[in-house]
Design a protein around this ligand. Structure first.
Ligand code: ZN
Ligand code: ZN
Length: 266
């Protein structure tokens, strides 16, 4: 359970409507197979299906990789995360699917200023002839490099950051926004977005106007979990998002997970 916000110590009557379940993934170094849930391990991919590629149109340089080196670089995505329905039934699997695959283009992209993300929802047992020679990105920015990890998940409830709550609700109870608890750093499924550097923006799905919600967070840093006491992990995955303390948030449309994703790096 993340810290429960109060109105100067008093209970907030409408708070229950703002609780969301969260699955903290607790990544730790380890190896997994293509038939496991994991981060950075092998992806279950059919031999006859094209591997996702990035056209490089939004690539931007960082540190010693210049924009000229990467702009327009056509490169395979990196297989990053696999989440099987048997392990994570909380995910919004479309009918007939039981595996979520998360691919990353590990180069800085303009607009959201982070790696690009491609989600693939598939039915695992339809992959009868798996690819064994999996493509790897032509270039990996060290900031977005990751090492193979396994998950030891735990379940909890999570409250939003104060920026998500309509201001009149906050004002009505004379809540001091500075007293509202922050969200912990955690790689997770569901829950709320850890807005660090600003308020929610452009949350509406461009296809249908529905407010997009947090699907997944991949954090550079893991705070010690008050639910299961798993130790904090600084750079356990290897990421340096946002100076080493941020994360990559993937938001999806709750009406249709195939609508345009929202990516927030902070
Ligand atoms: Zn890219
Ligand atoms: Zn939509």
């Amino acid at each position: 359970m993340s810290t429960k916000p109060t109105a100067n110590g008093r209970e907030i009557p409408w708070l229950d409507a703002w609780v969301r379940p969260v699955v903290r993934l607790h990544p730790s170094p380890g190896t997994a197979t293509e038939t496991d849930s994991h981060l950075g391990g092998p992806m279950l991919w059919p031999r006859d299906e094209p591997w996702p590629h990035c056209d490089g149109a939004r690539h931007h340089g960082i540190l010693d990789v210049t924009t000229e080196m990467v702009r327009g670089l056509h490169t395979p995505f990196a297989g990053c995360v696999q989440l099987y329905k048997r392990d994570f039934p909380e995910l919004p699997f479309p009918d007939g699917t039981d595996l979520l695959q998360v691919f990353l283009c590990p180069i800085l992209h303009e607009d959201h200023w982070g790696p690009d993300v491609r989600l693939v929802w598939r039915k695992a047992d339809q992959v009868t002839e798996p690819l064994t020679d999996r493509p790897v990105p032509a270039l990996v920015d060290p900031t977005f490099a990751f090492q193979p990890c396994v998950f030891t998940p735990c379940r909890a409830d999570e409250y939003p950051m104060v920026y998500e709550v309509p201001r009149d609700l906050v004002r009505e109870l004379e809540i001091d926004p500075d007293s509202w608890p922050s969200l912990e750093d955690a790689s997770k499924i569901g829950g709320w977005t850890r807005w660090y550097a600003g308020e929610p923006y452009e949350m509406e799905c461009p296809e249908c106007g529905t407010t997009r919600v947090q699907l997944l967070a991949l954090a550079a840093d893991e705070t010690e979990c008050d639910e299961c006491d798993q130790p904090e992990g600084y750079h356990v995955v290897g990421w340096e998002f946002y100076g080493g303390s941020g994360g990559l948030n993937v938001l999806v449309c709750p009406k249709d997970v195939h609508h345009t994703l929202k990516l927030v790096v902070q």
